[in-house]
Design a protein around this ligand. Structure first.
Ligand code: G3H
Length: 541
């Protein structure tokens, strides 16, 4: 079939979908988790339409896959109170528990979560259009993240079980929770990036309110019982609805201690500014990026093409780490563009469950139109769509558009496209891409492609002080999750990794006493009789 026909016929008829991937029923999620109770919801609901359209008599329509609550400020404040009461100013059951006990709860949770793999993976495909392979990867990566977090916490706790004696002071230093954490993840990793903050925040003894992203709500539904069963009441709570209705009152209450958010800086700033005492609010933010690829004249073209296509188009370019601007040296621009286009033409397009699919429909309703506008604006300012059928739209499907030559007058030069539009420009002097990075509002990562060691080395030092990761002959990415993930300028606040997240969601606290006989006896007795969870020599194996 020609590519044109493939795009035209991209959406299946219901009966053509393999029974393994068909949604058995519409998911009416008329419930939410509060105070350890799964409470039923009788109010307004929001329809959830899949990015996947169903072809019916040659007409394609987005499939209605479910509904979820549109809560109001009344329920949002009840959810807040549930988390506040469970924390009980640090005296709640969860924050007072030993680390070992919290770890036991987390092991039970992860075992329950694993039982829901198929359901969650299927919903990831239907709700955000992520390919089967990537949806499975997202689930498995999240499970691994939880296990790695537990292991890292054991290490942290083992180190903290030692006493220190300095300048005549005996002390024990541990990490304590911060309070109530509001976790909001993004639609592109609705499970993984929500849990990347929720899990460390939880295991450190905080209580949680989590709001799933706008696209990617229903896939959390199968995990509600696991949260209810595995943690004391009020420790994990869920909230759904428009940010204005539910997040505004929660933040305005001043009762949120930590705000963990992955999304746009505009939304982050708006939410943060609602807190009446902003100095009390700790924030951890993962925001926009516009990571460039710099292709040096001696780059290995085959490797570079593979990495740049993957970097620009994995999950249709809807990754904060995606390559969103490609600078290719003018001496190799022609051959690069030719091979790049050939590679794009070889990518398979289809439904998330189609074999080896790489390009799938987009979940954001207005995205195809937005991307089309970017393309038109670039065309008006001198670029061409250089790949065949680039930018073709069929409902929610947008076929990747390669734009060349891009310049600073175009919107796509500055804006984070977060989708399958690939701006390319050729440069003569290396100062051109370096200047782009210096002037950019974003500061996450870069990929350099080349074979000359000296030329690569010369770029590392100036780039690493502008960005937070320099990738050599490799696409940009967040993982492995044990590595630090952060950004400069408008790209992030704080660092996330298995190691860092435990620290972000806790504070170092200390019990100290002057080293004299009476104090030594008191401390020894407390430890010997196991009278405190904090002051303790217990060692987690
Ligand atoms: O959307 C941004 C994600 O953090 C990217 O993560 O590099 O693992 O796809 P990834």
């Amino acid at each position: 079939m020609t590519r044109e026909k493939q795009i035209k016929n991209i959406f299946p008829r219901e009966e053509d979908i393999h029974s393994n991937y068909r949604l058995k029923e519409t998911i009416i999620q008329d419930r939410y988790l509060i105070n350890g109770e799964i409470r039923s919801w009788k109010g307004k609901m929001l329809d959830v339409f899949s990015p996947i359209c169903i072809n019916n008599k040659s007409q394609s329509q987005q499939k209605l896959i479910g509904k979820y609550p549109l809560m109001t400020s009344t329920e949002a404040l009840e959810v807040l109170n549930s988390a506040v009461n469970a924390y009980d100013r640090g005296a709640g059951e969860w924050p007072m528990m030993t680390v070992e006990q919290r770890i036991e709860h987390m092991y039970t949770f992860v075992a329950e979560m694993k039982k829901k793999r198929t359901e969650v993976v299927t919903l990831l495909m239907w709700e955000i259009g992520k390919s089967l392979k990537d949806s499975e990867k997202e689930f498995d990566r999240t499970v691994k993240y939880i296990i790695d977090t537990i292991d890292e916490l054991k290490n942290l706790d083992r180190d903290s079980s030692k006493f220190k004696i300095e300048e005549g002071i005996i002390a024990q230093i541990r990490r304590s929770p911060l309070g109530v954490v509001l976790c909001m993840g993004p639609y592109n990793y609705p499970l993984n990036e929500t849990f990347a903050t929720l899990i460390p925040a939880l295991i450190m003894g905080n209580t949680i309110i989590f709001k799933p992203p706008r696209y990617g709500v229903l896939l959390h539904n199968p995990l509600m019982e696991a949260f209810q069963k595995c943690f004391p009441k009020g420790v994990v709570n869920t909230v759904y609805g428009s940010g204005k209705d539910v997040i505004t009152p929660i933040m305005k209450s001043g009762k949120i201690d930590v705000f963990a958010f992955i999304g746009t800086s505009k939304a982050a700033d708006a939410i943060k500014s609602l807190h009446p005492q902003p100095h009390r609010l700790r924030t951890i933010l993962g925001l926009e990026a516009k990571n460039p690829a710099i292709i040096l004249p001696d780059a290995d073209l085959d490797l570079t093409i593979n990495e740049t296509v993957l970097g620009a188009l994995s999950y249709n370019g809807q990754r904060c780490t995606a390559l969103k601007m490609i600078f290719v040296h003018q001496n190799i621009a022609e051959s690069f563009l030719k091979k790049f286009n050939e590679k794009i033409a070889s990518l398979s397009v289809g439904m998330p469950w189609s074999k080896d699919v790489q390009i799938t429909p987009l979940p954001e309703k207005d995205k195809p139109e937005y991307l089309s506008n970017l393309v038109e604006d670039a065309k008006k300012n001198g670029a061409k769509v250089i790949n065949e059928l680039g930018g073709t739209i069929n409902e929610t499907f947008f076929y990747p558009a390669v734009l060349y030559p891009v310049n600073s007058k175009m919107k796509v030069y500055h804006e984070e496209q977060f989708g399958p539009v690939i701006p390319i420009l050729s440069y003569k002097d290396i100062s051109e891409p370096l200047q782009y990075i210096l002037e950019s509002n974003y500061g996450q990562q870069v990929s350099i492609f080349g074979t000359n060691t000296e030329n690569i080395a010369k770029l590392i030092d100036p780039l690493i002080n502008q960005l937070s990761r320099v990738n050599i002959n490799s696409q940009c990415q967040r993982g492995p999750d044990t590595f630090p993930f952060n950004g400069r300028k408008d790209s992030a606040q704080g660092t996330l990794s298995v190691f860092d997240a435990l620290r972000v969601f806790s504070i170092r606290t200390i019990v100290a006493t002057k080293e004299n006989n009476q104090n030594k006896e008191i401390v020894t007795e407390i430890v010997k009789e196991r009278m405190s969870n904090f002051l303790s020599r217990d060692y987690i194996f």
